[in-house]
Ligand binder design. Structure first.
Ligand code: HEC
Ligand code: HEC
Ligand code: HEC
Ligand code: HEC
Length: 264
């Protein structure tokens, strides 16, 4: 009895297996997950880089800063223009002696000596020069404070010259070093040939190429403004002070006629 039904039973099982196999492969052969289509980030055409793969193409050191990678690569930094204050170039300017004195005192409090780079009076994080430049290129007013305009051209690595605040654990440490160096006093005004004449520039122009950073504009220093910020070539009328001349202290200048004309 068993011998008769066994071949029929096994034939049915084989038929079911064959039908199942044919229907099964119709959906495609399953592929295990977690495999990349290409083993390298280079696509099959050999040229373009497939950025969707988990592999990060190698870049040179100089390109690292501009190559977005990691989980924040989709956060793109877009340049923002900070709102600038309304400023009328031809508004009548009346400077006050009190403003000038206050500005002079604040400026002096941030410098080791006249002409030294001012310290950074606010905390800085590990930002780039571009961050400093955002506030200090044209200056900005915020929360009653004035970020002054850079008086010199863009120089990389701002903190090599402008000392940032000490980190909190070191703020109580007295790191002052004894020195006998005494800087020259800051000038308060330039000499004039006669009343109403343009005053001479009583300070060096080194690191002060942008005259309107201090003497005009919406973010200049109160009391230091010139009455004519719209004029472009300042040194056309304002001559550097003769006392800043690096000439030997002698009346005789080689190869020049005697200076009788200018002496008193
Ligand atoms: C968010 C805007 C902002 C950024 C960014 C910024 N600053 Fe300032 N900075 C200011 C403000 C506001 C002041 C004035 C603070 C005060 O008067 O107490 C100032 C003051 C200064 C001063 C003193 C200027 C003077 O004439 O006395 C220096 C120097 C300076 N910052 C350098 C830097 C450097 C370097 C960086 C980058 C590491 C930087 N700042 C980033 C807003 C900024
Ligand atoms: C090579 C050194 C050096 C570097 C680098 C430098 N500075 Fe200066 N900076 C100076 C000196 C020196 C002065 C002071 C000029 C003076 O008062 O005679 C100054 C002045 C300033 C002032 C104040 C202007 C004022 O109103 O008195 C600001 C703001 C400033 N720098 C910002 C910057 C920023 C932002 C950077 C980076 C982009 C930078 N500096 C890089 C040397 C430097
Ligand atoms: C970093 C700030 C700063 C910059 C930039 C600067 N000056 Fe001055 N300047 C001063 C200070 C401070 C004084 C002395 C206070 C005063 O006389 O207003 C002064 C004084 C003067 C005076 C004499 C004003 C008077 O009343 O007798 C003249 C003129 C002058 N500067 C011209 C210039 C010219 C031109 C430039 C550009 C080449 C320039 N300054 C750039 C800060 C600056
Ligand atoms: C066409 C000539 C001329 C040019 C250009 C010129 N100035 Fe003057 N400046 C003068 C004269 C003249 C005075 C004296 C004004 C007075 O005593 O009434 C003066 C005075 C000043 C003063 C003293 C404060 C005041 O206004 O009386 C400052 C600061 C000054 N100039 C800065 C500048 C700056 C910065 C520039 C460039 C943006 C500049 N000047 C361009 C002729 C000029």
């Amino acid at each position: 009895m068993m011998k008769r039904y066994a071949p029929i039973f096994f034939s049915c099982m084989m038929a079911v297996a064959v039908v199942g196999y044919i229907f099964g492969i119709a959906d495609g052969v399953p592929v295990p997950g977690g495999l990349n289509e290409a083993s390298l980030a280079v696509k099959d055409d050999g040229a373009s880089i497939d950025t969707d793969t988990k592999l990060i193409p190698a870049v040179s050191y100089s390109e690292i800063a501009n190559t977005p990678m990691g989980p924040t690569k989709h956060w793109q930094a877009t340049p923002q223009v900070l709102p600038s204050a309304e400023y009328d170039l031809f508004r009548k300017i009346e400077t006050s002696e009190a403003d000038k004195k206050a500005s002079g005192q604040l400026r002096a409090s941030r410098r080791a000596f006249n002409g030294a780079p001012p310290i950074i009076p606010h905390p800085v994080e590990n930002t780039t020069d571009a961050a400093c430049y955002a506030c200090h290129s044209g200056g900005v007013q915020m929360a009653g404070l004035k970020a002054s305009v850079m008086s010199h051209a863009f120089l990389g690595n701002c903190v090599q010259c402008h000392a940032p605040m000490a980190p909190a654990p070191f703020q109580d440490v007295d790191a002052a070093v004894a020195t006998s160096f005494v800087g020259l006093p800051a000038p308060t005004e330039g000499k004039r040939a006669y009343k109403g004449a343009p005053p001479t520039i009583p300070h060096s122009q080194w690191m002060r190429e942008n005259c309107s950073a201090c003497h005009g504009g919406p973010n200049g220093w109160a009391g230091l403004e010139s009455t004519h910020p719209w004029r472009t070539n300042c040194t056309q009328c304002h001559a550097p002070s003769a006392s800043l001349d690096q000439m030997p202290e002698s009346d005789v200048v080689p190869m020049l006629p005697s200076l009788d004309v200018v002496s008193k």
